[in-house]
Design a protein around this ligand. Structure first.
Ligand code: KG4
Length: 358
């Protein structure tokens, strides 16, 4: 058992669930002493998405070096840490195993407890690293490359999924749409940049425009009582919009046309995100929303959600730093520390990894 009374304030975090290899040292769940991240984006870019085998190999190559670097940057030794928190679900199982095995090895050698944590839940604690107080209950809006969901969170480790995607995750939809448009991988930042340039040039507000949009409103017939996302249909619509572009044979599409597709794509998917979030607040009566995940790096989504929060009067929190929205190990350590505060936590080296969230 690990309990707050025996623990000092340092937690080592380890993250390897997808395509970022990361190790961090965090004090009191709030203060980052080191947050080392190796992004594998370049290795996966030629394949327009994450290749599990390439991801596992890259984790294996990088993780030991990142562990040493994190301790070095934090200026602490591993014996100074109260425990090791590691993402063990959900994610690519081969990748998760690399982080879990490192955590178990360090724990065995240095006689430290290990807390396996939920990677999605960890995203929701990233804001604590910027001073936000995590008060429960709250709604956790998680929008990343692999997940799009809303959780009702009653405490650390107590998650109930109340909304999910019926098909693609939002980040995945950005990546696929970008590939169809010819902008490459990762799609999110590239679509955002093209949409911004288009809006600036035409003096447009980033807002879904119904009849004027290239794309129909998503899930427009969703019963008011239902909470769900769906992002696969718009992929087909993007493919069609690209095919319909007025391009001479052999010539490249005009940035103007690409910008229009990106602008309408973003406005369409963000309208659904805001609508479902507002419904989740109304349904649960919980007026605190913490948002995170890679797609929250998008400045337009931040604006859309903030205006929704202002209009519907709920409190919205998300990491200001874009690096804390995407995968990192500081958020894993932050959740580990918050779990420790709930009282004695059973720790064991006999834990597995899983591709499933809950
Ligand atoms: O949370 P995350 O780092 O990890 C995974 O779930 O893999 O999220 C990565 C996702 C990618 O799909 C990427 O395209 C998306 O986040 N993303 C963005 C932006 N930056 C990253 N999506 C929209 N706009 C962005 N600026």
């Amino acid at each position: 058992m690990t309990s707050p009374s025996t623990a000092n304030d340092l937690v080592l975090g380890i993250e390897s669930s997808c395509d970022e290899t990361a190790v961090a040292v965090v004090r009191s769940g709030t203060q980052i002493l080191a947050n080392c991240v190796y992004s594998q984006i370049e290795a996966h870019a030629p394949f327009h998405g994450v290749v599990p085998e390439i991801a596992s190999r890259a984790h294996l190559e990088k993780i030991n070096g990142l562990y040493e670097q994190a301790l070095d940057e934090a200026g602490v030794s591993i014996q100074d840490c109260a425990c090791i928190a590691v993402s063990n679900r959900p994610g690519l199982t081969g990748s998760l195993m690399i982080g879990a095995n490192l955590a178990k090895s360090i724990a065995l050698v240095h006689d430290l407890p290990v807390l396996p944590v939920n990677h999605l839940e960890a995203h929701l604690y990233a804001s604590a690293l910027e001073g936000a107080r995590i008060e429960v209950p709250f709604l956790g809006l998680l929008l990343s490359g692999g997940n799009s969901a809303i959780f009702e969170v009653r405490g650390p480790g107590q998650l109930l999924r109340i909304a999910d995607t019926m098909d693609d995750a939002l980040g995945e939809a950005f990546d696929k749409a970008s590939s169809l448009i010819g902008l490459g991988y990762p799609g999110g930042p590239r679509i955002e940049a093209a949409a911004r340039a288009y809006a600036d040039q035409h003096g447009l507000a980033h807002q879904y425009s119904g009849e004027g949009s290239l794309f129909p409103r998503l899930l427009k017939n969703l019963p008011r009582s239902d909470l769900a996302f769906s992002f696969s249909g718009i992929k087909t619509a993007v493919r069609k919009a690209v095919q319909d572009l007025p391009v001479a044979p052999g010539a490249a599409a005009q940035p103007e046309h690409i910008g229009r597709i990106c602008f309408d794509f973003q406005n369409t998917v963000f309208e659904l995100v805001a609508r479902v979030t507002e419904r989740a607040v109304a349904r649960t009566g919980i007026r605190r929303v913490i948002a995170s995940g890679g797609v929250l790096a998008n400045g337009i989504l931040r604006q859309v959600l903030q205006s929704s929060a202002d209009r519907k009067r709920f409190q919205l929190t998300f990491p200001r730093s874009r690096a804390l929205c995407t995968d990192n190990a500081a958020m894993v350590a932050a959740l580990g520390w918050h779990l420790l505060q709930t009282g004695p936590v059973a720790t064991t080296l006999d834990f597995d990894v899983s591709s499933r969230a809950l």
